[in-house]
Design a protein around this ligand. Structure first.
Ligand code: TH1
Length: 811
């Protein structure tokens, strides 16, 4: 084990040389940087393996309850740096590599991001795994080993172009294929009833199947020798047909099964907060859920003989509705394979599963046509029918004669399977991801369910891991914090509050802002290299990085930039603090309005950045291919964190927390976890604007908002909107941005125009505040000092204590 106290530099160098020879038949001085990265990664893995084995031995021996975090997405980012940090050998390895003339940053940059997720939901899963291991809770992450993760984004002529993300091209040094745990997963066919010992048995026949093969990735806890597992499943063809056979049917079936295996894990659906309803997506869901549940049951049975007590040792956390078929799959296994009676099986299932809701966006609600669902999963569908039948009876008993309740709450309705309803019926817990979000679930979206089963509902406000987003992403600030208050914050973020005694200390303020400045220089260098744009690190770095979605209102941000530019042109001597507006966002491949917004941002950037008459007072930068690895640079360098979603729409947000931790001030609406951020830091230390969630929901209910009223009464709004359709930013095609113009004037679904003035005024407050250097420094430091609540360690402790009832393992 490489540890701080025992780290042996010479031994590490020998290992490295030996790895390069074994892997690439080269000496260190001949190896490429990619080869050196691989060799370093193998050395680190070598130091993980023993702990990995020991951890799992301890779990078995202590027979602790285990959480399976079921998720279609794990947005892990890079593993090497994170693993070294958690093994407590980061500085030692860096120094050793330096002695060999090697640069750790360049080596880390060789690793592709494991981008098996879209955005917040997938990154939350990754943060949770880090916290679970660090806290010593027995846990598996269960997901899919997509051959291609989130696409790489290229910007060509201002437009987003999607490039496949071949993240496994050079192999993945940290993963281990576990062929011995492969299981079969069946699709299609029909259900036959057979009699076995006087009992009906339901048997799926005429199906196609694939072999699900798990790959394990180590999840290293911070400095505690614990290594948990992320288990991601790959599909292989089952080749059980006889090559000698000339049976045409057999041959065709074999080819079809090959195709099925090849397509299932091919690619992550790049939609955030949106349900595309594709058949292959449902196949992916059932594929990894069936495999994970089969393995969980098999593992339990190795050391226990009463399946009726499964829930005492196992809990499944369903990351949104995407893994909800687990409810029915567990029922299938318990009833069909373990021979439990329905009621017994249902009790076990309902005590095993728990569901997290991450959004109220209507287009994200998962509903599958019964036709598709029953064709693909005939036996599972029968089970869903029976669950629904009994659930409807429960509703009738509770609300006799109330047809409306059944219409609103049934699992099967209108020819569709409503996955959220299945998840709620089949779980012991339903949680939202921020206080406001959970309140909206209880009062509005899931009101009927809350009324019928209030005991299931609870809140777990999201969090982020400080190990990646401060210790790794911002080493300067991390060591400054440690100098001031010691290093307990690394595993107990509440300790950051001890920084509060320094906020009025001028020397500390200067140190803090000097670190911010150096991080801005680092980002400016990245921007120069990637965008060819010079940005001034003394300007305010105003950042909005997140998926592109209309509700997140990147459009409002860029409209405001357009307005500012108009002001500067009209009043050349206008005194403003120089601003650099930084955007980073991927748009779903088929999301037209989102893609057009990216084009608009780039068009505005081109025009403004090249207009020397404004003396560089504002710059606009669109960072290509926003992802976990470059996010770390952005959070560290930000002065202002744009969290400007239409109130009620962003369930939590987690980028908001990453910015706060790194000392950026929030410019935001009272939405999602912003509410709790403001509560922690104090409302005078944030720039809050816009409609409240209540107000938004009132307008939505009464349908009494007309964007034309704003347009007609607001000269500034009129001017920027006109510039969308008069060629100001697209002389070669004046109509280019017509769709954005129309969307704003006809509906303005997300109240962009209504919030515009208030947003503008909040920006003015920022300009004024930044002029008072000392006060700004104090406020920035207060952000970091108040971020303690937003550690995913806190979130996971709440899940573990209040829902899962897990115990920590002792090594
Ligand atoms: C996000 C939410 O939009 C965000 O507010 C929240 O912080 C995050 O989850 C973590 O809780 C969601 N991402 C997705 C992705 C899909 C479907 C629904 C959601 S909600 C594919």
């Amino acid at each position: 084990m490489i540890k701080k106290d025992t780290f042996d530099k010479e031994k590490f160098k020998k290992e490295l040389e030996s790895n390069v020879r074994m892997l690439f038949r080269r000496n260190l001085d001949e190896a490429t940087t990619q080869q050196i990265y691989q060799a370093v990664a193998y050395s680190v893995k070598d130091d993980i393996i023993d702990n990995w084995i020991e951890t799992h031995k301890a779990y078995e021996k202590q027979d602790k309850k285990m959480v399976y975090y079921m998720s279609m997405e794990f947005l892990m980012g890079r593993a090497l740096g994170n693993n070294m940090i958690n093994l407590l050998c980061y500085d030692e390895v860096r120094e050793t590599l330096e002695e060999l003339g090697l640069d750790m940053n360049l080596i880390e940059d060789q690793e592709p991001d494991a981008a098996l997720g879209n955005g917040g939901l997938g990154r939350l899963a990754a943060c949770f795994l880090d916290s679970l291991a660090t806290l010593g809770y027995p846990a598996y992450g269960c997901g899919i080993r997509y051959r291609y993760g989130m696409f790489k984004q290229k910007i060509e002529n201002g437009y987003q172009v999607e490039v496949p993300d071949n993240w496994l091209k050079y192999g993945n040094p940290f993963e281990i294929k576990r062929d011995e745990y492969a299981v079969e997963v069946k699709f299609g066919g029909y259900v036959d009833v057979e009699m076995h010992n006087g009992r009906q048995k339901f048997v799926q026949k005429g199906y196609q199947s694939v072999r699900a093969v798990p790959y394990d990735m180590p999840i290293v806890g911070y400095g505690n020798h614990i290594v948990n597992t992320l288990r991601i499943w790959d599909a292989e063809a089952i080749n059980n047909f006889n090559l000698d056979s000339f049976d045409k049917g057999e041959y065709e079936k074999a080819v079809e099964q090959e195709n099925l295996a090849r397509t299932i894990c091919e690619v992550l659906y790049p939609n955030d907060n949106h349900m595309a309803g594709k058949e292959l997506r449902l196949k992916q869901q059932y594929f990894f859920i069936s495999a994970s549940v089969q393995r969980a049951v098999a593992k339990y049975k190795q050391t226990h003989d009463d399946i009726r007590k499964f829930h005492e040792k196992v809990t499944f956390q369903l990351n949104d509705t995407h893994p909800t078929v687990a409810v029915a799959e567990l029922m299938r296994i318990l009833v069909d394979e373990e021979g439990l009676e329905w009621d017994e099986a249902w009790e076990v299932t309902r005590k095993t599963c728990a569901y997290t809701n991450h959004t109220i966006m209507a287009e994200a609600l998962e509903k599958w046509p019964i036709e598709l669902f029953s064709r693909l999963l005939p036996r599972v569908y029968q089970i869903v029918e029976e669950i629904n039948r009994r659930f409807v009876i429960e509703i009738q008993n509770k609300y006799p004669g109330d047809q409306e309740k059944i219409r609103k709450m049934a699992i099967l309705y209108d020819g569709q399977v409503r996955m959220a309803h299945l998840a709620i019926a089949g779980s012991y817990s339903v949680n939202g991801v921020a206080r406001l979000h959970t309140e909206i679930l209880k009062k509005r979206e899931l009101r009927d369910f809350y009324e019928m089963m209030p005991e299931k509902f609870n809140n777990k406000t999201n969090g982020i891991t400080q190990r990646r987003f401060l210790l790794h992403g911002n080493p300067l600030l991390a060591s400054w914090v440690t100098d001031k208050i010691g290093d307990d914050w690394i595993t107990n973020l509440d300790h950051l509050k001890h920084l509060k005694v320094y906020v009025d200390d001028e020397k500390c303020q200067q140190e803090f802002m000097n670190i911010k400045y150096q991080n801005k220089v680092r980002l400016a260098k990245y921007i120069k290299e990637h965008n060819g744009i010079d940005v001034d690190p003394r300007s305010i770095f105003d950042c909005q990085v997140k998926r592109l979605h209309e509700y997140k209102r990147q459009l409002m941000n860029i409209l405001h930039v357009m307005y500012l530019y108009n002001e500067l042109k009209a009043h050349p001597d206008m005194d403003i603090v120089p601003r650099t507006f930084i955007f980073g966002a991927k748009a779903a491949a088929g999301y037209y309005t989102a893609k057009l917004t990216i084009k608009l941002i780039n068009a505005v950037a081109d025009k403004i950045n090249n207009d020397s008459s404004i003396n560089g007072k504002i710059k606009v930068v669109f960072i290509e291919d926003y992802r976990v690895s470059n996010a770390e640079l952005i959070f560290a360098a930000a002065d202002v964190s744009e969290q400007i979603s239409t109130a009620s729409k962003e369930a939590s947000g987690t980028g908001n927390m990453k910015f706060m931790l790194n000392g950026a001030l929030t410019l935001g609406t009272m939405d999602g976890a912003n509410v709790e951020i403001v509560e922690e830091v104090g409302k005078d230390n944030a720039f809050i604007f816009g409609l409240s969630a209540e107000q938004v929901m009132e307008y939505e209910k009464n349908k009494n908002y007309n964007p034309r009223d704003v347009y007609n009464n607001n000269q500034d709004v009129r001017q920027v909107l006109t510039q969308l359709v008069n060629g100001f930013y697209s002389p070669e095609n004046p109509e280019l941005f017509r769709a954005l113009y129309d969307a704003l004037l006809e509906k303005d679904t997300y109240f962009t125009l209504l919030d515009f003035d208030s947003y503008k005024e909040a920006h003015n407050r920022i300009d004024a505040a930044y002029r008072d250097e000392q006060h700004w420094a104090r406020t920035a430091m207060l952000q970091t000092a108040s971020a303690g609540k937003f550690s995913s360690d806190r979130t996971i402790e709440e899940y573990a204590k209040e829902m899962w009832h897990l115990e920590k393992v002792t090594l």
